[in-house]
Design a protein around this ligand. Structure first.
Ligand code: GSH
Length: 199
């Protein structure tokens, strides 16, 4: 199976970590972006990553679906079956992805030429980032560790937020969360997929 991905993408990084965690061999194809056309290589119909080519030329997406698929493929699923813990994990996963969405949207508003900036919408995305961080700080005790289906999306989103929206300095806003996140820094799968090193 080919995983079209890039470790800078928090969505793709979730799948990269989960494949390692589950011991699933995927061929990671580092996708190349073609400007506003997205990731066009390999006939990926949406032009987005991650995309799992689970059959030749057949693409599975988006990242929560890929993660659920990988989780089911081998070993005991980390996504619980029982209703309450299952939906708690799915909710946390969605909150992490929502934070990544807000950072991604912020990024795409601010890479436009200055004259095309729309300050209200930039503020709106910054507000979503800050609100997601504040929520995560409040629920920090529930986030668990090491990896859960829920916190996978949160850990990757926090790194992405630090990288693309560093001016919001989420670590100083949410010290408990920062300490919790720091706990992952020695994890081999975390380290192996970490791509935000300064040049
Ligand atoms: N909801 C999607 C989001 C995927 C996404 O937006 N990926 C970005 C990379 S971080 C992308 O491929 N962007 C290219 C584009 O849309 O042109 C998922 O969870 O997989």
């Amino acid at each position: 199976m080919k995983l079209h991905c890039h470790p800078i993408s928090p969505y793709a990084r979730k799948a990269m970590i989960l494949a390692r965690l589950k011991g699933i061999e995927v061929e990671e194809i580092i996708a190349v972006k073609d400007g506003a056309n997205g990731y066009t290589g390999g006939d990926n119909p949406l032009g987005k990553i991650p995309a799992l080519e689970w059959q030749p030329k057949q693409f599975l997406f988006d990242s929560p679906v890929i993660c659920e698929y990988l989780d089911h493929l081998k070993g005991d699923p980390i996504l619980p079956k029982k209703t309450h813990p299952r939906f708690l994990n799915l909710w946390q996963h969605a909150l992490g992805d929502g934070l990544s969405d807000a950072v991604y949207n912020y990024r795409y508003e601010t890479v436009r030429p200055k004259e095309l900036h729309w300050p209200e919408i930039i503020k709106r995305h910054e507000t979503s980032i800050v609100n997601a961080i504040d929520t995560l700080e409040q629920i920090c005790d529930w986030l668990g560790g090491p990896w859960t289906f829920g916190n996978l999306a949160i850990v990757t989103a926090l790194d992405y937020a630090a990288f693309r929206a560093g001016h919001l300095n989420w670590q100083s806003r949410a010290p408990k969360l920062a300490k919790w996140h720091e706990g992952f820094s020695s994890d081999p799968h975390y380290k192996d997929t970490y791509a935000y090193h300064a040049d």
